[in-house]
Design a protein around this ligand. Structure first.
Ligand SMILES: CC(C)(COP(=O)(O)OP(=O)(O)OC[C@H]1O[C@@H](n2cnc3c(N)ncnc32)[C@H](O)[C@@H]1OP(=O)(O)O)[C@@H](O)C(=O)NCCC(=O)NCCS
Length: 381
């Protein structure tokens, strides 16, 4: 064999540094997450999702005028092309994440700038996709529930407009801000699986839509974004009237059978996921505002058991489930809502990759049959 390979990397590329990036700072030992140096707690307390998008794309916070411009660009791009709406209506019933993957791919056919690979063209596509993903997910969710399509409201920000297009009602300030914070918390997370997929695609110099479609496919998986819906399925299976003993026996039973409890554990954090801290508080606040704290209480009980038994912390997906549920978002849309936020981080990473590109092409540690094998003709096998 003429190829020598290096010692195999750790399974799942754990702790492998794959490239340099100036977008997201993640310290798993101290539980720190920062976008472009700004701590996630400060951003969640003070910023809006649109400010965070600008920060991720441009490496600095926007001025008031720049933020106003971005609001207008997003509002202008929210209406979906008629061809995409037609396709949406014609799809057989499918999980919303599958529909999102297909419809984002379809968007490129109606975007004359989809293959404009100039820096300006790629930036424009990033803004358009950020606006359009929210419209796709809210409209698909509304249609799946038998409702009619609602035109976007340019006066509303991304979070409030999403809830408006989904429900047909202008959301309360508390609901709009809760979703806004959830979008901020989910916006970026360094080289998570879906972002890495998007970067690997972008490194071939393919177009932005193609890179994002790959990311959506990766996010769907239950080990990644799919976990938030699985958390809610677990809660719904337990039911609101579940007793403490029943929660104990179900959760301990799963752990004894080595089943994963969705919403716990993380490849990087060894402390609590800093995003979970906000989402826990938000889930409780929304529960109080709707007069139903039961889902929050059941979640807390599960958290105590998993923490006590396995020393595993809740991750971003655990309390986002009850947060979205309290906001009236259907469970099938939970993972797509993650994408509605993560599109900002995916595009920031794709833009960073294009700006300083080299094809990403690692090697494999070959462990197959020895070389050379003698070829056996078909009639002698
Ligand atoms: C996030 C995740 C994929 C990280 O995976 P990883 O770094 O490869 O860690 P592993 O899956 O190898 O888990 C390490 C150990 O912790 C256990 N573990 C990890 N997450 C667990 C969970 N959610 N429930 C129960 N046990 C879990 C594993 O079973 C394994 O135990 P073992 O050493 O006794 O075999 C994993 O924690 C997981 O599957 N979590 C549930 C899905 C989820 O919430 N995903 C969203 C992540 S933001």
């Amino acid at each position: 064999m003429d190829v020598t390979t290096e010692a195999p990397s750790k399974a799942g590329l754990e702790d492998v540094v794959a490239a340099s990036s100036s977008i997201c700072y993640l310290d798993g030992a101290r539980g720190v997450l920062a976008y472009r140096g700004y701590d996630i707690h400060d951003l969640a307390d003070h910023a809006t999702f649109e400010e965070v998008c600008f920060l991720l794309w441009h490496a600095r916070l926007p001025t008031r005028a720049e933020l106003g411009d971005l609001h207008s660009q997003l509002a202008d791009a929210r209406a979906l092309p008629e061809g995409v709406l037609r396709l949406m209506r014609s799809l057989p019933p499918a999980p919303a994440m599958d529909a999102l993957r297909t419809l984002v791919s379809a968007l490129s056919h109606y975007d004359p700038g989809a293959n404009d690979m100039s820096p300006e063209g790629r930036q424009r596509t990033s803004v358009r996709l950020t606006a359009q993903l929210g419209s796709i997910v809210s409209t698909y969710g509304r249609m799946a529930a038998g409702g009619g399509q609602i035109a976007p409201d340019p006066a509303l920000g991304q979070a409030a407009n999403f809830l408006y297009m989904l429900t047909g009602q202008r959301p309360s300030a508390l609901a709009a801000r809760a979703l806004d914070i959830a979008l901020i918390l989910h916006a970026d997370h360094e080289f998570n699986a879906s972002t890495f997929v998007a970067r690997v695609s972008a490194a071939t110099l393919t177009d932005v839509h193609s890179a994002i479609v790959g990311g959506i496919g990766a996010l769907k998986g239950p080990l990644h974004g799919g976990a938030n819906a699985d958390v809610m399925h677990l809660l719904l299976e337990l039911g609101q009237d579940v007793t403490d003993q029943k929660i104990e026996s179900v959760v301990r039973g799963k752990l004894a059978r080595k089943e994963k409890i969705p919403g716990f554990g993380h490849r990087v954090y060894r402390t609590e996921d800093p995003r979970a801290t906000h989402l826990r508080a938000m889930s409780e606040e929304l529960g109080r505002s709707t007069g139903n704290l039961r889902w929050f209480q059941i979640s807390q009980r599960i958290e105590q058991i998993v923490k006590g038994e396995k020393k595993l912390n809740a991750n971003v997906d655990f309390y986002s489930a009850t947060t979205y549920y309290a906001l009236g978002i259907p469970v099938d849309l939970f993972t797509p809502v993650f994408a509605v936020s993560r599109i900002s981080g995916w595009t920031a990473h794709v833009l960073e990759q294009y700006a300083n590109n080299r094809l990403i092409r690692p090697r494999a540690d070959y462990i197959g049959p020895s070389y050379p094998q003698a070829y056996v003709p078909l009639d002698r096998r």
